[in-house]
Design a protein around this ligand. Structure first.
Ligand SMILES: Nc1ncnc2c1ncn2[C@@H]1O[C@H](COP(=O)(O)O)[C@@H](OP(=O)(O)O)[C@H]1O
Ligand SMILES: [Mg+2]
Length: 284
């Protein structure tokens, strides 16, 4: 796929994420049933409605590109292994926050190419805010030029975003509102003065991408659809999403769709490696 196609697909993905956001908000206003999923996380009629809308529209947009959605059922790895490019979707990330009605939930659409997210769209319906990125790192060869753009669209318009240089003290860390982990406390103890902010969903990545926070450490299970779109936005904005061993987070490389532990950093030049020393990767 050439670079122009990528920009055009990203714009289409923004339109689709916003349409899904509107259908989620209708259900948010009208009321909904809450079921419990196998991993004990909540599932609402809103997750399913957003899933159907996104899956149908992406399929119509790019009939040859498969769609993997949290609510769409998981094809065997034998089949997925053959996908070089695919859409990876979490129709409603932060269902717990949706049920709590605090507005901290998002629609997530990523295009993954050879294990890396090259398009990322994260839409927060209640805030009416959308983060959009295209990021293709390039391999140094003439034929492949590195490419990146990260933007935020809200009621005030559209602006480019970038991560900030980490301050030497008083770092801002953003952590899950609903899933805290003891290894996050270990990391915090190794840092100079810091403050934390709590938030639900992939919006945590977006705070790092726009320079509002320096780091989002995530220990414990998450799925690939929880991180792909937001990873693209952070990378295009100048940050990185690394495992505790320093490797970048990658997609569709194994049977399980669970991520290892990861840490989102806005300023990759800050000495994160030392702070993460010895913390477990936990391939899942
Ligand atoms: N035990 C577990 N296994 C897999 N994913 C988990 C999990 N516990 C939490 N998550 C993921 O963490 C997401 C919520 O993150 P946060 O707490 O930062 O808001 C959930 O997204 P969903 O709401 O899409 O299910 C879910 O995918
Ligand atoms: Mg999710």
């Amino acid at each position: 796929m050439d670079n122009n196609d990528l920009f055009e697909l990203a714009e289409n993905a923004v339109v689709i994420a916003r349409a899904a956001g509107r259908s989620i908000l209708e259900i948010y206003a009208a009321g909904y049933e809450v079921e419990s999923k196998a991993d004990d996380s909540p599932l609402t009629t809103a997750d399913n409605a957003a899933h159907r809308l996104i899956a149908d529209r992406l399929q119509a947009l790019t009939p040859d590109i498969p769609v993997l959605s949290e609510e769409g059922g998981l094809p065997d790895y034998a089949e997925r292994q053959g996908w070089t490019t695919y859409w990876l979707v979490d129709p409603l990330d932060g269902t717990r926050e949706f049920v709590k009605r605090n507005g901290e939930f998002t629609v997530n659409i990523a295009l993954v190419e050879a294990g890396q997210p090259v398009i990322g769209v994260v839409h927060a319906p209640v805030l009416d805010c959308t983060w959009e990125a295209v990021h293709r790192p390039g391999d140094g060869a003439d034929s492949e030029v590195a490419l990146g753009r990260a933007r935020r669209h809200d009621s005030t318009g559209t602006r480019d975003i970038q991560t900030r240089r980490a301050p030497s003290t008083d770092l801002t860390l953003v952590v899950s509102r609903s899933h805290r982990h003891p290894q996050v406390e270990t990391l915090l103890q190794r840092l100079p003065a810091y403050q934390t902010r709590s938030m639900g969903s992939s919006m945590k990545f977006c705070l790092v991408a726009e320079g509002e926070a320096d780091c989002y450490p995530r220990f414990g299970p998450t799925s690939e659809w929880d991180s792909a779109a937001a990873q693209c936005i952070v990378e295009a904005a100048g940050g990185a999403v690394i495992r505790p061993d320093g490797e970048a987070l990658r997609y569709n490389t194994k049977e399980s769709t669970l991520n290892p532990n990861f840490v989102v950093v806005g300023d990759p030049a800050w000495p994160w490696r030392e702070a993460l020393e010895g913390l477990p990767v936990e391939e899942r």
